[in-house]
Ligand binder design. Structure first.
Ligand SMILES: Cc1cc2nc3c(=O)[nH]c(=O)nc-3n(C[C@H](O)[C@H](O)[C@H](O)COP(=O)(O)OP(=O)(O)OC[C@H]3O[C@@H](n4cnc5c(N)ncnc54)[C@H](O)[C@@H]3O)c2cc1C
Length: 300
């Protein structure tokens, strides 16, 4: 039976950064995940150390994956569907029912953002449609943007974008949330924020290259340069249903060393909470990659 020192579940920036530290520490590492499912895959990055111009998330993932293969890490482009702890060893089952064994696990599966699921949403991703104001807000300097969502995140994003964009439209349907939110007083004072109630976005239009207009359920339309969809995230519990992991809402709880409540399982990146940013994912991955080997050493 082949037993890995560490299995990294997730091949985004947090998992890859963790794996760099693990592989360079001479550990036997196996990584699962599909790069095209990473939040970074379709992103144009403009807020990262080391790049003068915008860089493509796809390139960062591809380059780092090649580096890891060169370091001797094994990579399988599949999803893990179940993890169990059997005595002191973890067993993992992939989507084709193959079984793997490891002394430790780094969970870096990211989060699943809620999407509108309407025509053209995918077509205009990175061409006007965004799911992250902190990431893409700067691309809309002095432009007109719309934020769509009913949670606090949508309100916070509107406030953030009002500092960058010329005009901000917040399409919000839950007046109660707005009233209870302590920053909403500020929201009403900001001159370039317009709040639209009781509308649902049913369609987004544009030309070949760029989003131009939003159509609402009332058939009214709004000309915009950008649409920020802030509808929250899905819960991620199904892969971990056989593990008594401490999960609060949609995130895995970790300590200062990225350790979870289960000895030998570490977690990093978006799955451990906000901010959903590459720099935080890299920090988490590094932190797990530095601390996880101590667990293996003490175990042996
Ligand atoms: C459109 C967009 C633009 C962005 N722009 C920026 C930006 O400009 N700057 C910035 O700092 N951040 C940006 N972000 C956020 C950034 O991409 C994320 O914070 C970062 O990718 C999180 O890294 P992660 O490793 O935690 O998760 P992810 O990158 O999402 O990677 C998760 C990985 O886990 C794998 N996985 C999931 N489930 C399983 C499973 N069951 N088994 C095996 N593998 C699994 C996936 O295949 C994927 O490889 C952007 C996000 C989006 C969506």
């Amino acid at each position: 039976m082949e037993i890995f020192d560490a299995v990294v579940v997730g091949s985004g920036p947090s998992g890859m950064q963790g794996a760099i530290y693990l592989a360079r520490n001479n550990l036997k590492v196996l990584m699962f995940g599909k790069e095209e499912n990473s939040a970074l895959y379709n992103a144009k990055i403009d807020n990262l150390f080391g790049y003068n111009d915008v860089c493509l998330g796809k390139d960062l993932l591809e380059n780092t994956k090649n580096k890891l293969i060169n370091l001797g890490m094994k990579k399988i482009d599949k999803n893990i569907k179940n993890i169990k702890k059997e005595n002191e060893i973890f067993s993992l089952i992939d989507e084709d029912e193959n079984k793997y064994f490891s002394k430790s696990i780094l969970i870096s599966t990211g989060i699943k953002r809620k999407v509108l699921n309407i025509e053209n949403e995918k077509k205009y991703l990175g061409k006007g449609v965004s799911y992250c104001a902190t990431c893409d807000g700067f691309f809309f300097k002095n432009k007109t943007v719309c934020i769509y969502g009913d949670g606090i995140k949508a309100i916070e994003s509107s406030i953030y974008l009002s500092n960058i964009a010329k005009e901000v439209f917040l399409v919000f349907n839950d007046e109660k949330v707005l009233k209870n939110f302590k920053k909403s007083e500020n929201l009403y004072k900001i001159k370039n924020i317009n709040i639209i109630f009781g509308e649902k976005i049913i369609s987004i239009l544009g030309d070949e290259n760029i989003l131009k207009e939003i159509i609402f359920s009332s058939k009214k339309s709004l000309k915009v340069d950008g649409l920020f969809i802030e509808m929250g995230t899905f819960s991620i519990k199904e892969v971990f249903s056989d593990l008594p992991l401490d999960i609060t809402k949609d995130h895995i709880k970790v300590g200062f060393k990225q350790e979870t409540n289960i000895k030998g399982i570490y977690a990093a990146g978006d799955i451990t909470g906000e901010p959903y940013q590459i720099s935080k994912a890299l920090f988490d991955g590094m932190n797990a990659g530095i601390n996880l080997p101590d667990y293996i050493k003490n175990k042996n």
